[in-house]
Design a protein around this ligand. Structure first.
Ligand code: ZN
Length: 274
């Protein structure tokens, strides 16, 4: 076989070296995107993600749109809508600054109430927004019936009775609550009755102090049963815990000695659950 000599090698017989073949152009590496992937793969992946995202958002919006009005994030509170959902507390809290929407929501419920006139208290801090007097709710309120309640407080109590209080009573006590025992709502005073400091939510009729519950079977569970153990304690502790899903302020015996005998439930601006 005839030997083939590489470039610049002399043949043993002194032949001139073969002309080297022209260098093949070097293959360019593919352009890469910021992630280090080839650019084409990155563009395809990003387009895919965008497309999936658009489909996902579309599906979510369609799902929300199919919900009843009271369950939409931008919907109004519907106090008869059964169950707690993602936006229940958002809707109830939105009622605080919107008297018309709040009264419309109460009108749409089975709560019987009358509108209260403006506060006659001489202290400017002691006024309420859209005050109402609860005449009849799904659960009774012991005499003397609560004084004025802010509309948002009344609306939240209405949902709380059905969605939190009664299920907890059934689960732990096997009975239903027929009457809520309380120390009232409106009270023109500062926090803890102090001479100075912040005004209480009670001064705006925006809080109720609940001291116990009368059951259909005749038993009375008082908040002072907090440490009694057994079903009564378990019931009270669940009510305290779950009430925080609806009320902005929930204070009980764990908070301080002043609350050893009642739950303070309010719709103020401070979120507290103790
Ligand atoms: Zn209170």
């Amino acid at each position: 076989m005839k030997p083939v000599y590489g470039p610049f090698q002399r043949s043993p017989k002194g032949e001139t070296p073969r002309t080297p073949p022209p260098a093949r152009p070097k293959r360019q590496p593919p352009r890469r995107g910021p992630t280090g992937w080839p650019l084409w793969a990155e563009i395809t992946a990003r387009a895919g993600i965008l497309l999936l995202g658009a489909f996902g958002i579309g599906a979510i919006l369609q799902h929300i749109d199919a919900q009843p009005e009271g369950r939409k994030p931008w919907g109004q509170a519907d106090l008869e809508e059964p169950g707690l959902h993602l936006f229940t507390s958002t809707h109830l809290r939105a009622l605080r600054g919107n008297a018309d929407a709040c009264l419309a929501a109460l009108d749409g419920s089975d709560m019987q109430f009358t509108r209260a006139g403006p506060s006659t208290a001489s202290t400017p801090a002691c006024h309420w927004q859209a005050g109402v007097r609860i005449e009849q709710s799904n659960v009774g309120y012991a005499n003397p019936v609560p004084d004025v309640a802010s509309c948002a407080l009344a609306a939240t109590l209405y949902v709380w009775e059905r969605e939190i209080l009664q299920p907890a009573a059934q689960d732990h006590l096997g009975s239903e609550v027929t009457e809520i025992l309380h120390y009232g709502t409106f009270s023109c005073r500062r926090v803890n009755g102090a001479q100075s400091g912040s005004w209480s939510e009670h001064a705006g009729a925006n809080a109720i102090d609940v001291s116990g519950f009368r059951l259909a079977d005749g038993r009375v569970i008082e908040v002072t049963d907090w440490d009694a153990g057994g079903a009564a304690s378990a019931f009270l502790r669940e009510v305290r815990d779950v009430s925080c899903q609806l009320f902005t302020g929930v204070l009980g015996p764990d908070y301080n000695a002043a609350h050893h005998d009642h739950f303070h439930l309010d719709m103020g601006s401070w979120q507290i659950c103790r």
